[in-house]
Design a binder for this molecule. Structure first.
Ligand code: FAD
Ligand code: NAI
Length: 465
């Protein structure tokens, strides 16, 4: 095999791409991964999951000290100061450590990193930095970027996308977040905790689309209690950015009187769109769907033989763990094994305080799909650990099929909902009933006992309420 010929070339080194490349190499395939960024790890490690969680953690610590929550535990602070530079330093350290870790794993597994932008020149060949490479199989894992909002052009100074919102060198007095989805609420939380007044402008009548209705309602209540101003059913029609700030034009989504909101900065977080620009897909005989995504079948095959696609560039939730699981599955398929991802059981987590997590169907979707449902709910207020830790906001909600008792969906608002949801995903993966969860011994005192009690509540028998 020529030096420039591979069994597999993966395009993009995000959680989908780097995982696919490592797995393919582990399975004995000669593998390369193309990445145009200076570091590996894609959106998630460089400008997404990791840096946002670093700032969420740091700002949470600051707020605990600043709000007096720590003092309630007898941990008194004086002369409290915010050192934003140090906070960013720790964020960058986390990125450096983890992206460097992927580079180490590439070397360890003999995955060759082709540095540069890949574009197809034929269905079995790409060009990277002026050099041609061939492969038996290509995996497109080019991810996604911010969806622009016409009339609200991102300048990274006053009008920000998620990347520039992670890098602000000063806490803004007022931040308007356009879009009450995951990015808006997570990054809005960071800057609110550090002192900004945050106004969320959401087009729909509720924040957090896709989540269970009761969770959306409760989350909005909690965010308002934390000081967020939330304007739902409102559309942004334009923005004017000046030296002193931004004037944002808004009007009711259904039409009506226009008004202006003034802010230091505006964060545009209305969703993300797939990255296919500059890939020259047509040279490979591929096209995208109306939403710009590359369509794939159950085995991640595109319409062109030998070309596969995974992660954010394909339909489905834009989540790092979904991309990773698809990366493992596609590599296993390429190595002649059976690679499967159960797309019915992909948890999602919003890393605010409290965290908001869900897996499976919402109550509304379960009913719309024709299920007769039984619902069990348990408040975190009645969970001994959450109450002791002064983290009693939220609840666990289990949606089960009324006839079979099979768990259809689990929705959690709790300080550690992101950790708690793993048990729900595992239970659903194994086809558990609510009774199975209710009769599984859960350690005491843990937040997870609330999952057990919610399962007991499905049949009306929780102990602690
Ligand atoms: P990406 O991670 O986007 O990686 C694609 C890579 O391909 C990029 O590095 C890009 O440079 C490269 N590339 C693109 N085109 C080419 C080309 N032609 N040639 C060479 N290289 C190319 N998800 C979660 O699950 N949990 C979270 O907490 C979370 N937090 C997030 C926070 C923020 C602020 C953002 C923006 C996203 C977050 N996400 C989170 C979403 C998550 O980052 C994505 O779902 C995930 O990164 C998708 O992985 P991917 O491999 O499909 O693509
Ligand atoms: P999103 O899809 O989560 O939310 C976008 C919000 O903007 C929606 O509520 C939508 O109704 C609203 N919206 C759309 N157009 C609008 C307009 N013109 N005016 C006002 N509101 C408008 O998208 P977001 O937050 O940008 O995140 C993008 C992706 O990144 C998500 O799909 C998410 O999966 C992923 N992500 C995941 C995280 C996690 O897992 N914790 C964290 C951050 C991002």
């Amino acid at each position: 095999m020529a030096e420039t010929d591979f069994d597999v070339i993966v395009i993009g080194s995000g959680p989908g791409g780097y995982v696919a490349a490592i797995r393919a190499a582990q399975l004995g395939l000669k593998t390369a991964c193309v990445e145009s960024r200076e570091t590996l790890g894609g959106t998630c490690l460089n400008v997404g999951c990791i840096p946002s969680k670093a700032l969420l953690h740091a700002s949470e610590l600051y707020e605990e000290a600043h709000s007096g929550a720590l003092a309630k535990w007898g941990v008194k602070t004086s002369g409290l100061e915010l050192d934003l530079g140090a906070m960013h330093g720790t964020r960058l350290e986390a990125i450096k450590g983890l992206t460097g870790g992927i580079e180490f794993l590439f070397r360890k597994n003999k995955v060759e990193w082709l540095k540069g932008h890949a574009r197809f020149t034929a269905k079995d060949a790409i060009d990277v930095a002026g050099k041609s490479y061939k492969a038996k199989h290509f995996v497109i894992a080019t991810g996604s970027s911010v969806t622009p909002l016409p009339g609200v052009e991102i300048d990274h100074e006053r009008i920000l996308d998620s990347t520039s919102a992670l890098e602000l060198d000063k806490v803004p007095e007022t931040m308007v977040v356009v879009g009450g989805g995951v990015i808006g609420l997570e990054l809005g939380s960071v800057w609110r905790r550090l002192g900004a007044k945050v106004i969320v402008v959401e087009f729909l009548d509720q924040i957090l689309p896709g989540m269970d209705g009761e969770v959306r309602k409760e989350a909005a209540k909690l965010f308002k209690k934390q000081g967020f101003e939330i304007r739902t059913s409102t559309k942004v029609t334009g923005a004017k950015s000046g030296k002193k700030g931004v004037k944002l034009n808004v009007e009711p989504a259904a039409g009506g009187e226009a008004s202006t909101i003034e802010a230091d900065v505006v964060l545009v977080s209305i969703g993300r769109r797939p990255n296919t620009d500059g890939l020259d897909l047509a040279r490979a005989g591929l096209e995208t769907n109306k939403r710009g995504q590359i369509e794939v079948d159950h085995d991640f095959r595109t319409a062109v033989d030998g070309i596969y696609a995974i992660g954010d560039v394909t339909p489905g939730p834009m989540l790092a763990h979904k991309a990773e699981d698809e990366g493992i599955a596609v590599a296993e398929i390429l190595a002649g094994q059976i690679g499967i991802v159960n797309h019915e059981v992909i948890p999602s987590v919003v890393y605010t305080m409290p965290e908001i997590a869900g897996v499976g169907l919402t109550e509304e979707d379960a009913k719309a799909a024709g299920h007769e449902v039984k619902v069990g709910k348990f408040p975190m207020m009645a969970n001994s650990r959450a109450k002791t830790n002064r983290e009693s906001d939220g609840f666990v909600k289990i949606v089960a099929d009324a006839k079979s008792d099979r768990v259809l969906g689990v929705w959690i608002i709790a300080s550690v909902a992101g950790t708690m949801i793993a048990e729900a995903a595992l239970a659903m993966e194994f086809g558990a009933t609510s009774e199975d969860i209710a009769y599984t011994c859960h350690a005491h005192p843990t937040h997870s006992e609330a999952v057990k009690e919610a399962a007991m509540a499905v049949t009306g028998k929780p102990i602690h309420i």
